[in-house]
Design a protein around this ligand. Structure first.
Ligand code: ADQ
Length: 483
């Protein structure tokens, strides 16, 4: 029986060592949920890094890791600390991440990290080749593994390969600046189906393929090495039912079951009669537009002083890639901005911004989503943005207003949100006012339309549509070959 092999940088497992004992817990993230049916169907496997470097493992522990991941139908790729530093923190996060998000000035290219990126991609491809037989399907995830499709195709051309890019694909004028532009495109073109979140990213990719590799592009098909490669958009969704159900359960909680955060939120909502909560949640990343958001919020407080003491911005930022200097700089800038604004506007009974720099448990995310009147999501670039969709899924009373940057992939589907340009303070400030004053019937009308769309295109549907499309592509090839 043919099987599907999923390949991603990290396995959908948390592996840790406590007192020489290994702990393995399955990840509950959106991607893991979406791919679960594809992965656990038949004898499917998932290939990725376990989260522990070779230096952290002795042979005995390594054998234990392998046993533990095998039970979850997973296969671990071994990475050394140097691999991790140069492939992940280096090339992936200091070159590709900024390049694909239009931060050319942050893009650092050097030959050593490129070489390690290539050798680590080869390690992943070798694991695939070890486990794949003709007729299998391979689905490679994201920008850390751009070269894997071609490495697999070169050795086993009869395996159908899909690739999905979770981040934007930049316009040709940006992409062309990168020294290894040709190699990256050739790596991706090893796939038979290449997927992006939006039609725009798809067009950008095709334009680069046409102009950099001078290949023939016919609508959304590329002809390359006597193969036809299909390029398409598959906007990723969330596990809608999980968020909706969590919000419904949250509503039924009694006082004793409530978290400390929820009790605080209740207290403030009651005490400061009429106070409204504006929420933002993201990884601490320069693509998420965090300083823009805080400055726009400050501008709002100045332009519309009648809202002072009547609203609060709750800003949750999850620590991320904190070894990379630009992330450290962003953290510092954020701390300073929050400090300055709280210093300037606070009164004895009111602090305008509540700022949390940490990862919170799922239950607290639900507390925040369900208690907020407005979600303010302002990335300067974002492949999709799942937080926007999660906010929608938790609004079981069909109220609440989503303010969303038009630079996110999600904005292409979420027209009923208040769409803003994250570089325009005036527009953000006016949208905050509009959201805070929006009559309930209008909130409900917009929210119902958003919920209908987001619930229909869940993460499971996303995974199934991608796999169906990969099956189709494969069938078409078989017919062409038979002719
Ligand atoms: P991210 O850049 O990580 O993903 P996003 O899509 O918003 O961004 O997903 C973040 C996830 O982390 C959400 O599911 C959210 O619930 C969770 N999360 C956020 N804050 C948290 C906290 N404090 N504690 C716990 N969990 C938290 C990349 C791309 C996106 C793309 C996704 C999926 O950058 O554009 O949408 O992949 O393809």
């Amino acid at each position: 029986m043919n099987k599907t092999i999923i390949v991603s940088n990290r396995l959908p497992l948390q592996v840790s060592i406590n007192d020489d004992e290994l702990e393995v817990t399955p990840s509950v993230g959106g991607l893991a949920t979406g791919l679960k049916t594809v992965h656990k169907d038949g004898n499917g496997i998932w290939i990725g890094w376990s989260g522990l470097t070779s230096e952290e493992l002795n042979p005995e522990l390594e054998a234990k890791v392998n046993d533990a991941v095998t039970k979850e139908q997973c296969v671990a790729v071994n990475l050394t600390q140097k691999d991790l530093d140069l492939y992940y923190y280096g090339f992936s996060n200091r070159a590709l991440w900024p390049l694909f998000h239009y931060f050319i000035e942050y893009t650092e290219y050097n030959t050593e990290s490129w070489e390690v990126y290539r050798s680590v991609n080869q390690k992943f491809a070798d694991k695939v080749l070890e486990h794949a037989v003709d007729g299998d399907k391979v689905w490679v995830q994201d920008y850390q593994l751009l070269l894997v499709p071609a490495m697999v195709k070169a050795k086993k051309p009869n395996i159908s390969i899909g690739f999905f890019n979770h981040i934007p694909f930049p316009s040709y004028e940006i992409f062309r600046t990168f020294p290894k532009r040709k190699e990256l495109l050739e790596g991706m073109l090893g796939a038979d189906l290449i997927g992006f979140h939006t039609y725009d990213y798809e067009r950008h990719f095709l334009s680069s393929v046409k102009r950099i590799l001078s290949l023939e592009v016919n609508f959304n098909k590329v002809t390359y090495n006597n193969r036809i490669i299909k390029v398409d958009s598959f906007p990723m969704g969330i596990d809608y039912e999980k968020f909706e159900q969590a919000a419904l359960d949250h509503d039924k909680m009694n006082e004793d079951e409530k978290s400390e955060i929820q009790k605080r939120l209740d207290q403030h909502l009651q005490k400061e009669d009429g106070v409204k909560m504006i929420l933002s949640i993201d990884r601490m990343d320069y693509t998420k537009g965090i300083p823009n958001r805080i400055k726009a919020f400050e501008y709002f407080l100045k332009k519309y002083p009648q809202f002072q003491e009547k609203i609060r911005l709750i800003m949750l930022a999850v620590p991320s890639r904190s070894q990379v200097p630009q992330y450290q700089k962003l953290k510092q800038e954020t701390d300073e901005l929050v400090g300055r604004i709280n210093g300037e506007f606070s009164t004895v009974s009111w602090t305008p911004i509540w700022y949390f720099y940490r990862a919170l448990p799922f239950q607290n995310l639900i507390d925040l989503y369900t208690s907020s009147d407005v979600a303010l999501i302002t990335p300067v670039r974002d492949g999709m943005n799942l937080v926007a969709k999660e906010y929608i899924a938790t609004r079981t009373r069909e109220d609440g207003v989503l303010i969303l940057s038009e630079m996110t992939g999600a904005s292409k589907e979420l027209n009923e949100a208040l769409l803003i340009n994250p570089f325009n303070n005036e527009e953000i400030a006016d949208s905050i006012k509009q959201a805070l004053e929006m009559p309930k019937p209008e909130q409900q009308q917009r929210m119902q339309a958003l919920q209908k769309r987001v619930s229909r295109y869940s993460v499971k549907k996303w995974a199934n549509e991608f796999m169906n499309s990969l099956n189709q592509v494969h069938k078409v090839y078989q017919i062409i070959e038979a002719k």
